[in-house]
Structures are given as structure tokens and as C-alpha cells.
Design a protein around this ligand. Structure first.
Ligand code: FAD
Length: 475
């Protein structure tokens, strides 16, 4: 009787507790993936995530094939598919990595009930987070709502377990599945995924390479440069972590090991980096305790916030046509490559909810569709953070000035020139706010405001005053 390993967002072979436990049990291992686009309360993956998922499943299948196994793919309602597979294969056990997302947890409960009915051993394992949500709570047993004490409590705990390698497989089992193309994850014509393919390599091997390259080449400068917009100063591990092509414990231990062997710059970079990885755990802990996080503000008074409805403004933001060069550069980078740096995410998100006064849920939904690392916990927690309605949030009244942000984090304008080429002829002084440049300067750079490039969609000072009035109305 086979032991089923039900893969979800843990698409790797190394440091996979569920897979290792199944392989060690001596039963033939049956690797299963279910693509559920039918259950009503499952949030379907966005377009960029679907592309990544397709590639990642292909890579996982190839890795399994190298060990003599094959990934069985099924499509349909999770509960029904699981019931069918358990029956058809007469499985002895079901192993999975615990999800910590609301839909994932409901599926786990359903799976556990199915296993009970059929006398199948049900095992869930760690692997998605550094620390389990129930292990990090305040003295009175509540979830943390502020990051710094949360992270302090995490650091006081035993370190995450040392990662295990790829297990030794003795035997695999299989059953009928559908071909990968039948999951219909790839974009149909037109093929808009070209930019994603050019920028990214999904899969476990690429994740490992990205981690090594970061540690060797950029970790020592991470603390100082992480907010820079150009030259990718960060790890770009987010989609790999999201799909579980690498586990957070693997990242933790590789970084800690390098820090122990490195100089003070490396140690400083490692500490700053692990703190960011800590924000990922924090988002999941929040989602675990507040499952409505993706839809409803954590601060209830924000449910009354007087958001505007303005399709034209929303479209201008989505397409990178707001007339604010840094915002537009970031939104175009997102559209083409499925990613943008954290600083740019904060600025464009703030622009949407404060300058345009549009609901954060609109931004969350656009990011969900276009980011390769679109992640229910990180995306929702970050949008709520920027909108001022989340846990430990930036106060709403602190409003980023997109021009000052641009001058500070893209001082030479190189980021803007890459993504907004129609402004490339402007100097690093004029490129951040072209409407302030003299007409002759614009003409010399072939920039016509309202023609080759839009004028600013809102005036910064007026938009700021409007946002503050809206906040006042909550009181
Ligand atoms: P690094 O700086 O190298 O950090 C390493 C890892 O730590 C990241 O891969 C990520 O897993 C985690 N991390 C870093 N910063 C944060 C953070 N602020 N919050 C939570 N985890 C963090 N991240 C996502 O993974 N998915 C999302 O959907 C997402 N949406 C966001 C939306 C907004 C509005 C904002 C402001 C941030 C969002 N982030 C999201 C967080 C952050 O921007 C990205 O994780 C980071 O930019 C990814 O790049 P990196 O892997 O090079 O990060």
C-alpha cells in the first residue's frame, strides 16, 4: 500500500519532511499534486503565478524522474480528488506539509477526516515557515500584532531544524494522472509570459542557485543596499519561497552558516536579511490568527474609510501611466517581469491608497494577478501595512512623496530610464519630476507631457491634503 505525498506549496525534494517521512516508512511513495480550480472558497492563482506553477511542476517531475518516480497530476475539487485517489490506490498513509493558509488548512481538515474514515495514517509536517504559529505567542497566549517583539520571541526559540537532504527512495508507486498541459496553467495566445521567461527560472535547482549567488555576491551589502531600485541588491528568492522550491529553514541555515564564517559586513547583512525573512513568518502568523486578512482591514474602523471609485485612475496606475516616473517604472517592471523591489512596492501601494484614494483591495488584487511571488499572507499583510489598516502598520498620515522617494532610491534615474524609456533623455535632476523641467529641456529630450508621457495624474500636495481629510472623517 503506497504512502501518498501530497505536494502543494512545497515543490522540492530537499528538506521535505513529508517526503522524507514517506520514503523512510518503507512504503512505495506516490507523489501527488492536485490542481483545484473548482472549489468555491479556493482563491485561484493569478496569471503570473500560474505560469510559474506550470514550470515548477515540470521541474519537480523531472527531479522525481531522476530518482525513478513521477509526479501524478490531478485536476478537480481537492476533497473529491483525494477521496478518489485514496480509494483507487488503497494508500496506507497520507503525508503533507502544513499550509497555514485558510483554504489550505480546511483542505487538511478534510483530508484528515477522509483518512480517518478509510483507516489511512494522516501525517502533517513542518516546512512552510521558520516557526509554527502556535509556538510564538505572547505571554497571555495571544498572537503578536507587532513585529519587533514577535521577532524577538522567534529569536529566543530554538533555531529551525537543520535541513535534511533529498531522501533515499527505495520504491515509488503511481496511478492515473493528467498531463501537465491539461491543468491549463500556461497563458493562451497572446503569449504574455515572455518577460517572465526572460527573467526567471522556476524550480528547486534555480532556487538553490539564487540563494548561493545572493550569499556570495550580495549579502555583505544587503543591509545598506536593500532599498536600492536597480541592480537587484536583494535575493529575489520570493517566488521560490512562495512555491516552496526552497524551504525557509534551508535559507536560514545557509545564511547563518555564511555569517559565522564571514566578516562583520556579512554578519550585518545576514542579520538584516533574516529579519526580512522574519516578516514572512509574521505575515503567516497574522493570516493564521486573522483568516479574513486578505479581504478585511485588521483595524475595523477602516471598513468605513471613504475610498473612491475611479476606473480611469486605477487603469492608469496598473499600466504605469500616472505621470509619476518612479511609480510608472515600477508598475511597468511588474507587468513585464512579474516582480518589483520592496521599496517600489511600498511607493506604488502608497500612491494607490493615498494619492488616488483607491481601496487597497484593488491593489492587492492587481498584485495577486501579476506578481510571480503573489502570496496570500505577504501580499495582504503588506497592503494592509501600507494602507495603515493592518497590524503594526505604517500610520496612514505618513504619506510617501513619490518624487522624494525616487530622488533618494534612484538617484541617477537609471531605474526610470530602464522602464520608462520615453524619459531616458532627461537628466538625473529632471527625470524624477518632468513637469518641473523647463519646456526647452523637455523639447531637447523629446518629451511632450500629455503626448509622449502623461502629466501627473494628481497634484502631490492636493492629493496629500485629500487623503488626510479622508482619514479625519474616520474619527
Ligand atoms: P529579500 O529582501 O531578499 O528578502 C528575502 C525574503 O524575505 C523574501 O523573499 C520574502 O520571502 C521575505 N520578505 C522580504 N521582505 C518582506 C516583507 N516586507 N514582508 C514579508 N516578507 C518579506 N512578498 C511576497 O513574497 N509576496 C507578495 O505577494 C508580496 N506582496 C507585497 C505587497 C506590497 C504592497 C509590499 C509593500 C510588499 C510585498 N511583499 C510581498 C514583500 C516584499 O516586497 C517581497 O517579499 C520582496 O520584495 C521580495 O524580494 P526578495 O526575495 O529579493 O526579498
Amino acid at each position: 500500500r503506497p504512502a501518498i505525498v501530497w505536494f502543494r506549496k512545497d515543490l522540492r525534494l530537499a528538506d521535505h519532511e513529508a517526503l522524507t517521512a514517506a520514503a523512510r516508512s518503507g512504503a512505495p511513495v506516490l507523489p501527488l499534486y492536485i490542481h483545484d480550480d473548482e472549489t468555491e472558497d479556493a482563491r485561484p492563482e493569478g496569471g503570473a503565478s500560474r505560469w510559474w506553477l506550470h514550470e515548477s511542476l515540470k521541474a519537480l517531475d523531472a527531479s522525481l524522474a531522476a530518482h525513478g518516480g513521477a509526479l501524478v497530476l490531478r485536476r478537480g475539487r481537492t476533497r473529491d480528488v483525494l477521496a478518489t485517489v485514496l480509494r483507487e490506490t488503497n494508500a496506507s498513509a497520507l503525508h503533507l506539509t502544513r499550509s497555514c493558509e485558510p483554504f489550505g488548512s480546511r483542505c487538511e481538515d478534510a483530508a484528515a477526516a477522509l483518512c480517518r474514515d478509510r483507516d489511512v495514517a494522516f501525517h502533517h509536517h513542518r516546512g512552510r515557515l521558520l516557526f509554527a504559529p502556535e509556538d510564538v505567542v505572547t505571554k497571555d497566549g495571544r498572537p503578536y500584532r507587532v513585529f519587533t517583539p514577535f521577532w524577538k520571541a522567534c529569536l529566543a526559540r530554538p533555531a529551525p531544524p537543520v535541513p535534511m537532504g533529498v531522501p533515499k527512495f527505495t520504491d515509488f508507486a503511481s496511478t492515473d494522472g493528467v498531463p501537465l498541459d491539461a491543468l491549463e496553467l500556461q497563458p493562451s495566445r497572446p503569449d504574455w509570459a515572455g518577460g517572465l521567461r526572460a527573467d526567471w527560472t522556476p524550480g528547486e535547482e534555480a532556487a538553490r542557485n539564487a540563494l548561493s549567488a545572493f550569499i556570495e555576491e550580495r549579502m555583505a551589502t544587503y543591509a545598506e543596499r536593500r532599498d536600492g531600485l536597480r541592480a537587484n541588491p536583494t535575493s529575489r528568492l520570493s517566488p521560490h519561497l512562495h512555491f516552496g522550491e526552497i524551504g525557509p529553514a534551508q535559507v536560514w541555515h545557509a545564511v547563518t552558516h555564511a555569517a559565522e564564517a564571514g566578516n562583520s559586513a556579512v554578519r550585518k547583512g545576514a542579520q538584516a536579511f533574516l529579519r526580512e525573512l522574519g516578516w514572512r513568518d509574521f505575515s503567516y502568523h497574522l493570516l493564521h490568527s486573522f483568516p479574513a486578512l486578505p479581504d478585511s482591514p485588521l483595524r475595523p474602523e477602516f471598513a468605513r474609510f471613504p475610498w473612491r471609485k475611479d476606473e480611469a485612475a486605477l487603469t492608469a496606475w496598473q499600466r504605469g501611466q500616472t505621470g509619476y516616473p518612479m511609480v510608472d517604472a515600477a508598475m511597468r517592471q511588474l507587468w513585464q517581469t512579474g516582480w518589483m523591489p520592496n521599496r517600489a512596492r511600498m511607493v506604488v501601494a502608497s500612491f494607490l491608497v493615498k494619492h488616488l484614494l483607491l481601496p487597497w483591495q484593488e491593489g492587492e488584487a492587481w498584485f495577486w494577478d501579476t506578481l510571480v511571488d503573489a502570496d496570500l499572507a505577504n501580499n495582504a499583510a503588506s497592503w494592509q501595512w501600507v494602507a495603515g489598516c493592518g497590524a503594526d502598520a505604517a500610520p496612514y498620515f505618513r504619506i510617501f512623496n513619490p518624487v522624494l522617494q525616487s530622488r533618494k532610491f534612484d538617484a541617477d534615474g537609471g531605474y526610470i530610464r530602464t522602464w520608462v524609456p520615453e524619459l531616458a533623455g532627461l537628466s538625473s535632476r529632471d527625470i524624477h519630476a518632468p513637469w518641473e523641467a523647463a519646456p526647452a529641456v523637455l523639447a531637447a529630450a523629446n518629451v511632450e507631457l500629455g503626448g509622449t508621457y502623461p502629466g501627473p495624474i494628481v497634484d502631490h500636495a492636493a492629493a496629500r491634503a485629500r487623503a488626510l481629510r479622508a482619514l479625519e472623517s474616520l474619527k
